[in-house]
Write a protein that binds this ligand. Structure first.
Ligand code: 1GP
Length: 242
């Protein structure tokens, strides 16, 4: 696979509306060993906040992607590696599946399609603000999640299926179901990863785990543990194949 995320075990998602822990810098975040930074959040987003974080992170040698939740938060900056655009498969409002994207294409004449990728989201935590925003139907059985993943991969040509439990630790069986539903697409998992074991458990089911709130709430030492947990799985897999 020639996609940028082919070797990503772990990604830190930075919310530009939140701060890092006192005394910690983006250099410290990059030094955790994470494979990439995704910059994006659901609420309180402005172009200025997004730009501030892009500028602060782009100087380090970890790839930086922005994940704009709406057209107002797309920024173009040197040093940005690309754009990861959410497409919410189980949104109640089609604005979040294709409507916002249509507006973006209409208003932005600088879209760099060579570095723009989409993430087919399945939102699973009804309490998360992203679920509220998108009016997502989170009441899904594993076979429905597998079917969303299959349709994303085989019918819609999506290269990433993102199982999103933002703010809470998800059901490993649901993540497994998404993986079972995909053939070519990579599975991203995000939500409630706070330590070595949770990162390892979800990385056993998903290709890449995303760690968000932890970096803001607990800081880089805790994030480093999750990197180790996620990476342990790819090391175990590589060992098995030797
Ligand atoms: C949020 O999936 C990410 O979009 C990560 O979730 O903040 O719960 O780690 P957490």
């Amino acid at each position: 696979m020639g996609v940028p995320w082919a070797d990503w075990d772990h990604v830190v998602k930075i919310d530009p509306d939140k701060t890092l822990r006192a005394g910690e810098t983006f250099e410290d975040v990059c030094a955790t060993g994470t494979d990439a930074l995704e910059i994006g959040g659901t609420t309180g987003m402005t172009e200025a906040k997004m730009a501030r974080v892009v500028e602060a992170t782009a100087a380090h040698d970890v790839p930086v992607y922005i994940e704009p939740s709406n057209v107002a938060s797309v920024v173009h900056r040197d040093g940005l590696d690309g754009y990861l655009i959410p497409i919410v498969l189980n949104a109640g409002d089609p604005f979040w599946t294709v409507g916002a994207h249509k507006e973006w294409a209409r208003l932005d004449d600088r879209i760099d399609w060579r570095r723009t990728y989409t993430e087919a989201y399945v939102i699973m935590n009804p309490e998360a603000s992203v679920a509220e925003y998108t009016d997502a139907d989170c009441d899904l059985e594993p076979d429905e999640v597998a079917a969303y993943a299959e349709i994303a991969d085989r019918a819609l040509g999506q290269e990433i299926v993102y199982v999103e439990y933002s703010g809470t630790y998800g059901d490993p069986d649901i993540v497994r179901a998404a993986a079972d539903g995909t053939d070519d697409a990579s599975v991203f998992y995000g939500g409630g990863i706070r330590d070595y074991e949770s990162a390892r458990e979800m990385r056993q089911r998903a290709d890449t785990v995303i760690v968000g709130d932890l970096v803001h709430d607990e800081g880089v030492e805790a994030v480093r543990e999750t990197v180790d947990g996620a990476r342990a799985v790819s090391t175990e897999t590589a060992d098995r194949h030797q």
